[in-house]
Design a binder for this molecule. Structure first.
Ligand code: OSB
Ligand code: MG
Length: 372
């Protein structure tokens, strides 16, 4: 295949509920959609789901825009490839910038699976007809508000809830939720906020008794040794997210025992090709995986659903319905969860959802076009 035209569209969607991060309040998110077209006019879509600021990873919407328009699009335009797993060869000399790369990689998978008339899930090696979704809840103003949020999600039928924690907001909120929901599959995500200071370790060790499915990313992304030291004294599995950007990170993490569960994010790993490879390696080592989210719009969310249909994704993925975040999605039909189950669209080629181009263009705050 060969791509002759690439369009980047930075699309702004309002959020249903404002959320607060450590630095600011967000009432909308902007992701860059990648539209690729081959010589015959066949179209594929990908999504760059980078946060606006460099706080989860080093990338931002701005860096993704620059790298995408100045390096990735020119590299992909005119490159010949037989299979989407080989498309990334076009940009292999570009280091890092995984979120930006993921959007281009996804667009190639979407284009190719459409052209072949196969569902994306099948193209990736998926098997499951439905995917189990969990929800991720942010840090709330207080314990009562958090318990209320959990109750809403449990009532909507989600079988697993993940709570964001930070030093000072951990043992107490987790105990309160556990007391109200003794049987709920519950886990926590620290986004690397802890260190090996004694008071932090005391809190992490106290969480070991809360019946959590996992403690996600306790330490800084590159501190695999701290993670290994913690895993050695906990019964609760440590899950790695930010730490694992490529297959080499995963090999190292497995070798030093830095965790027992892997969160695979298509964005963090630079695309579906890399995500499938991480799944395969984890599976060889008997490590259960699940698919994490980055508040994706429908394009990235559809890719996450397809990926989660692979056999090693044995834990609920962060693929809740789009309606948890956005009033209207960029795809039709929108991605919906029914009691925590999301149907994998096996009967439709490609992503299995149509991109609503009029809606996307109406919400684009900037566009870029590249041609051969
Ligand atoms: O660590 O999983 C995370 C969102 C932004 C940055 C980091 C994370 C998240 C999520 C999103 O938890 C979950 C979702 O998309 O449903
Ligand atoms: Mg995480």
């Amino acid at each position: 295949m060969r791509i002759d035209r690439i369009e980047l569209l930075q699309v702004r969607l309002p959020l249903v509920h404002e959320f607060e991060t450590s630095s600011h309040r967000k009432s909308y998110l902007e992701h860059v959609l990648v539209r690729v077209e081959d010589a015959g006019g066949a179209v594929g879509w990908g999504e760059v789901a980078s946060p606006s600021g460099p706080f989860y990873a080093a990338e931002t919407v701005e860096t993704c825009w620059t790298i995408g328009s100045a390096y990735l699009a020119p590299a992909l335009l005119g490159a010949e490839w037989e299979h989407p797993a080989r498309a990334s060869v076009a940009w292999e000399k570009v280091r890092g910038n995984e979120f930006a790369k993921a959007g281009f990689d996804m667009a190639c998978w979407s284009l190719w699976s459409c052209a072949e008339g196969v569902p994306l899930a099948g193209a990736l090696g998926g098997e499951r007809r439905t995917v189990v979704a969990g929800v991720s809840l942010g840090i709330e103003p207080g314990v009562d508000a958090l318990v209320e949020q959990v109750r809403r999600q449990v009532e909507a039928g989600y079988p697993r809830v993940k709570l964001k924690i930070a030093p000072g907001w951990d043992v107490e909120p987790v105990a309160a939720v556990r007391a109200e929901f003794p049987d709920l599959a519950l886990h926590v995500d620290a986004n690397g906020a802890y260190t090996e200071d004694e008071d932090h370790l005391v809190a992490l060790r106290a969480l070991d008794g809360a019946g959590l499915t996992m403690i996600e990313q306790p330490f800084a992304p590159r501190d695999l040794m701290a993670s290994a030291r913690l895993q050695a004294v906990l019964d609760t599995p440590v899950c790695l997210d930010e730490s694992i950007v490529d297959g080499h990170d995963l090999e190292t993490a497995l070798a030093v025992g830095a965790g027992r569960v892997l969160n695979i994010k298509v964005s963090r790993m630079g695309g579906l090709t890399a995500a499938v490879a991480a799944h395969d390696l984890a599976r060889e080592h008997g490590v259960p995986v699940w698919c994490g989210g980055m508040h994706e719009f429908g394009v990235g969310r559809a890719a996450n659903v397809a990926l989660s249909s692979l056999p090693g994704f044995v834990l609920p993925s962060d693929v809740s319905g789009s309606d948890k975040y956005y009033a209207r999605d960029v795809v039709t039909p929108p991605i919906r969860a029914d009691h925590g189950n999301v149907a994998v669209p096996w009967d439709t080629p490609g992503l299995g959802h149509d991109v609503d181009e009029d809606f996307v263009r109406a919400h684009a705050v900037r566009t870029h076009e590249g041609t051969r």
